[in-house]
Design a binder for this molecule. Structure first.
Ligand code: ADP
Ligand code: MG
Length: 327
């Protein structure tokens, strides 16, 4: 029902950035090699995410926007071993229940493009032919037009824009092989080509995290007993006034985790001026069976089965790296 969707929407669609996240993750799941995000007024006015992925067949467009329809889980057993980012099948339905939603898509070279427009409760969805290259574009506008209470929780254009920019940076740093473009109010903010070579990856990190970080950062790659930590550690000199450049990925997913942050801060602590925050871009990999990623629908959180061991491994790895870099 629409009400149930709106409740679900509260979890998935908090603000423009959460919509961008869901749409970009769908594009990644569809095997896109280039993703373009266009937003107007911090996403409050309009959001459009285009990809060159495998597209959605016209007869499946309506299914894609209906609740709990996902093409990503074939059986319940799959739930145990989720490779794709989305799996609940509720993002598009939720977005469609609180905003105007249009999907244009085309599969394969032979087919032609189709557009599905959802017009809220007043009118039935409309399916019409539309010119579109292979791939999918999802457009969202008039966010929370039918739930004014929600609209009031939104912040200024500037703030919502920052959330989106940060979200996209996080995603771009997790999928180097995919090209990402961000356009805000018709202005190109960044255009990151797919980066497969180490030098290209380095360029992306420098572009997204800034020269100050990259020039004083140490690459790290440390493995021990089934755990691996790699990425870049900002030098203590590149510490910042805010903790705004601390990106952590667990098995490829961006997370904000207290345990991880605690371990990293502990390693940095003796080397920092008080009140300064270190910067890092770090990738932790471990056996997915030793991890719960499904504790929250927005999937920012993880739960480690061996929390103590992970904590000590991280603190040790980072401490070693910092020791070697500046004894
Ligand atoms: P989920 O991602 O959890 O499956 P969504 O509501 O985000 O749920 O999407 C529903 C379905 O729509 C997906 O399972 C997928 O089949 C299809 N879909 C959505 N976005 C895209 C896209 N960009 N390219 C191809 N298929 C898509
Ligand atoms: Mg999804």
């Amino acid at each position: 029902s629409t009400l149930a969707n709106q409740i679900a929407a509260g979890e998935v669609v908090e603000r423009p950035a959460s919509i961008v996240k869901e749409l970009v993750e769908n594009a990644l799941d569809a095997g896109a090699s280039r993703i373009e995000v266009q937003i107007r007024q911090g996403g409050l006015e309009a959001i459009r995410v285009s990809d060159d992925g495998y597209g959605i067949r016209p007869d499946e467009l309506e299914l894609a926007v209906s609740p709990h329809a996902t093409s990503k889980i074939a059986s319940l057993a799959d739930l145990e071993n989720i490779a794709s980012l989305g799996f609940r099948g509720e993002a598009l339905a939720s977005i469609g229940s609180v905003a105007r939603l249009t999907i244009e898509s085309r599969v394969g070279e032979a087919g032609s493009g189709w557009r599905l427009s959802l017009n809220g409760r007043e009118a039935p969805p409309e399916l019409t032919p539309a010119a579109h290259p292979v791939g999918t574009s999802v457009s969202v506008s008039e966010l929370f037009y039918n739930t004014p209470a929600r609209r009031r929780f939104l912040r200024t254009e500037r703030t919502e824009y920052r959330y989106i920019e940060d979200m996209l940076k996080r995603l771009a740093l997790s999928r180097f092989e995919v090209g990402f473009t961000l356009i805000h109010n018709q202005r190109e903010i960044f255009r990151l080509p797919p980066a497969t070579q180490p030098a290209q990856r380095a360029r992306r990190v420098e572009r997204l995290c800034g020269k100050a970080f990259y020039r004083q950062a140490w690459a790290l790659d440390f493995a021990q007993e089934g755990l691996r930590l790699s990425g870049w550690l900002g030098g203590p000199q590149a510490a910042r006034a805010q903790a705004d450049l601390q990106y952590v990925y667990v098995n490829g997913r961006s997370v904000r985790d207290k345990l991880i942050n605690h371990a990293l801060r502990q390693a940095y602590q003796p080397r920092l001026y008080p009140g300064r925050h270190p910067a890092w871009v770090l990738y932790l990999e471990l056996d997915p069976l030793k991890l719960d990623v499904n504790v929250h629908p927005t999937k920012h959180e993880v739960r480690f089965h061996e929390a103590r061991r992970i904590h000590d491994f991280l603190a040790h790895a980072v401490n070693e790296a910092l020791e070697r870099a500046s004894p």
